[in-house]
Design a binder for this molecule. Sequence first.
Ligand code: ADP
Ligand code: ZN
Ligand code: ZN
Length: 785
Amino acid sequence: MSTFADIILPVAIPRLFTYSIPDEIADSVKVGSRVVVSFGKKKFYSGVVYRIHDTKPEEYDVKPITSVVDSNPVVRLSQLELWRWISEYYVSTLGEVYRAALPSGLKLESETRIIYNAHFETDDKLSDKEYKIIDFMSDKKVCSISDLSQAITDFNVIPVLKLLIDKSALFVNEEIKESYKALSEKFYSLAPSCRKEAVLGLKFDQLERAPRQLETLMALLTKLGGLGKAILGASVSRTELMKQPGVQTAALLELVKKGIIEQSDQEVSRLGSVETTDQEANTLSEIQASAYSGIKKSFENHDITLLHGVTSSGKTEIYIHLINQYIEQGKQVLYLLPEIALTTQITSRLRKHFGNRLGIYHSKFSDAERVEVWNNMLGNSGFRVILGVRSSIFLPFESLGLIIIDEEHENSFKQFDPAPRYHARDAAMMLGRIHGAKVLLGTATPSVETYHNAVSGRYGLVELLTRHEGIQMPHIVPVDIKEARRKKQMKSIFSPQLIEAMHTSVAKGEQVILFQNRRGFAPFVECGQCAWVPKCKHCDVSMTYHKNQNQLVCHYCSYSYALPDTCHACGSPALETKGYGTEKIEEEVKVVFPDARVARLDLDTARSRKAFEKIINDFEEHNLDILIGTQMISKGLDFDRVSVVGILNADNMLNYPDFRAFERSYQMMAQVSGRAGRKNKQGLVILQTSDTNHPVIKDVVTNDFMSQFNQQIAERQLFKYPPFYRLINITVKHKDTHTNKKAATMLATRLRAIFGDRVLGPQEPPITRIATYFLQRIILKIEKQ
Ligand code: ADP
Ligand code: ZN
Ligand code: ZN
């Protein structure tokens, strides 16, 4: 007899909470079900059942579960297993993992905002409780659940809210408002008992004295396409039916009541229905085919395999062949990408082959759409292929067979804030293990950790080192800008070599990409008289100048104000911009190439998915000659007419204070260089730097991945970094710098008592204050064993 349930609640307390299961709902409380429980004063949460048992907790009085939200669990056992691993490995609570895992439409918390749907209509009678909430909300429009439960105290609002949300009377969170389409619609058909001409004839006779009903029934039959179709069970949506002359609502309801017309709710997909096109995959070239069979062979004795394939070698083509193979076996495939930015191009490539068997899941989608993908996956015939960013590892897969992690080296697989601070690549490997699925890592520039695992035999390794159709790797020319400046050859930020290459390219109708890893106009502003630099009020960083808005903006906390006319320290009007970001590059390019069509792709110009897609499309369709961008353009995008890539300044990447700075710089430069080159023509990359002898620059120029890797791996071993050691980074923050220092010192001392010299710090990080909090950093280096 199991009478207690341990519940995961979305709170940052490292434990589960036990509630008793009332008899009335005992049948529907299952592991993975959502239940509503009261927690603390006047707070209700929906939580997920983790375990059911019959051990009464000793230390406190158990409260009963208030209600069950779903008739079937929304979380599978395999998901809970992943949650547990993440919470343990990334030192976070199950509640935090639950928060990250479920789309907000599936979580109801006291802080959740509820929005009134002004277009709500229903034929069903609302209960008194529902009516009371609707009444309140029609006045309020938007309200948090906790405010609502304070206003309505005579019953628990959460279970009722759930009903109203299901009826689309209310929405969760604002984002749903914009993209909302009816979730389910009423459909009408002839009732099954009347789908015989004889029976129907009788009904017609009975309706003789109800002309409106007769008229409405005739109108339905017409709309269904005639009697024949109606008898076969055709149905029509309410919206469509109402367009038919002669249909009257009251009469329709009456007919439903009499059992002549059947009314049903049918899901109308927000995801839109897409025609399955089922286009055949391209035939693989000989080299690609041997990589493909290499992968299959490697999977025989390695669950995880790395496909190290240079840019444009056809990795994506190989993925498509693999996906086909797995879905033919009835398995699901997860295709992970590091960033939303990348999904646009891949989506259309995958759509062609997998049609509506493909589901897309990422945060730029509205919450309602994400809930729909989730629910689709809960069914037994859910999407076969999911293309998504890191949060898609949390979807309810049923029979996962393969996980592809594209651009495996990318940093954005890691979630930094808030907890759980998980790395989706590593968590996906655990997901694979739970399902017994194979994992394929793909990239042109493997991370040091992954390549180390591959060469040491832990992962399988397949290499594909030539581009498709023998397109050559780009020719990379380093240009010493220090020297060029000394000789006064620089035209503002462009070396003569870069200007010439751009001229040639634009003149031939080819395209140019310029890369600078800094947005804004100038990273800082300085007084020409006294060298005063405007800094952020809340952070220890200089303000970045954005010329377009004439604002100084903090890139850490978004604080901004207008550029002052005079120096705040000495009053001089001689404020000068220093350094340059993408905005300034754009301005200068327009001066040097007044006739070229120029666009910029960075966080400022591509705030929305639409804006991003427009720029990419314009570039793909050759409506642009020159594209300037941050690392956003360095990733996986495939353009066919780029002949020149300019890297404007490699130095600030290399000087970034992080043990992975060299690795990242190599990856970024190799990736952005990979955008250059097309059929029958080698691409040209101009790499501007003040240190042409830097080992990383040399490796980029010679495309020597191995040299870069060997250098890095030796340093990692020598200085005790991953993959040889595990790093734990603890940030201590407080608004008072002395308190913070004291706390950090105390924590470090106590850690040292246990971990000895594995504890480093506390230290001030390079940026000592962010968003009014002073920071101290403690690092633990733990041996792998
Ligand atoms: P990667 O993923 O390694 O960067 P892609 O798969 O994007 O490489 O291939 C680069 C380009 O070459 C794409 O436009 C792709 O359609 C084309 N391509 C690669 N392999 C083939 C093939 N076997 N048949 C037809 N086109 C191919
Ligand atoms: Zn000054
Ligand atoms: Zn700031």
